[in-house]
Write a protein that binds this ligand. Structure first.
Ligand SMILES: [Zn+2]
Length: 250
């Protein structure tokens, strides 16, 4: 089967997602390490096309994800939330369906027109104090939102934000301006540690992410979810044991 055919079929298969604002995850740690998922999470998919040996996924803001399938990669379109075993490279979750990339193996992001990024939380030279100072500049925004602002610190997506703040028992609804320096540092250190563990073990280790409506594993309070920030990404948190902030109006 010529590779170009497979790519064109994949592009056609993903068309139902075009025009939708997508929730994006990279369950596979090798894909997580590319840093692609958090930068396209919450963006609108504007086009999918096969160009040469690449599938190009164009997102709002001028972001283009290049997926080269080589011999192993496969894109599928599945019902939203379908149960699966294994760790796909990318899940592009739309309203009723999700595009799923299995077996990578090449995923890159073209970042023209994108503001300069913060330090990569997984980089060996990651400087926690410098990153905390940069997050601190987010001022009045929510901590959960600031941790995902790739201009402040790069690589933390929706899932790791939720897991990091759950692990240190701090609410994503704390305003950065109200957070103590130690809290910001602890949040970044927790994200770094959890992401490194996932890379080492191949397991995402979820405690709270996508757990809305279920009892918290630590205190038994029902976990909540709510859209947060300009991108309206869904924050997951336990109102029982994560301290310090509530959504506006509560
Ligand atoms: Zn709890």
């Amino acid at each position: 089967m010529p590779e170009g055919d497979a790519l064109h079929r994949a592009a056609r298969r993903l068309q139902p997602l075009v025009g939708q604002r997508l929730e994006v995850e990279a369950p596979n740690p090798r894909a997580q390490a590319t840093g692609v998922a958090p930068r396209i999470d919450g963006r609108v998919l504007e086009a999918v096309e096969a160009v040469g040996k690449n599938l190009l996924l164009r997102f709002d803001g001028g972001l283009v994800v290049r997926s080269h399938l080589r011999m192993t990669g496969r894109w599928r379109l599945e019902p939203r939330g379908k149960a699966r075993t294994g760790l796909p490279w990318l899940v592009l979750r739309g309203e009723t369906q999700e595009g799923v990339l299995w077996n990578g193996p090449v995923l890159t992001l073209e970042t023209r027109n994108v503001p300069r990024l913060g330090q990569d939380v997984l980089a060996p030279e990651f400087d926690l104090d410098a990153a905390a100072a940069r997050v601190r500049s987010a001022g009045d925004r929510y901590l959960g939102e600031a941790l995902q602002d790739q201009r402040l610190v790069a690589g933390i997506g929706n899932m790791w934000m939720a897991e990091a703040l759950w692990s240190i028992q701090i609410s994503p609804w704390v305003r950065v301006a109200d957070a103590e320096d130690g809290v910001i540092r602890d949040a970044l250190a927790a994200a770094q540690r959890l992401m490194q563990e996932a890379l080492a073990t191949g397991r995402p280790g979820r405690q709270v992410y996508r757990g809305a409506g279920r009892p918290c594993l630590r205190c038994g309070t029902i976990v909540r979810s709510r859209g947060q920030g300009d991108a309206n990404r869904t924050a997951y948190w336990c109102p029982g044991c994560q301290a310090g902030g509530r959504p506006r109006g509560e």
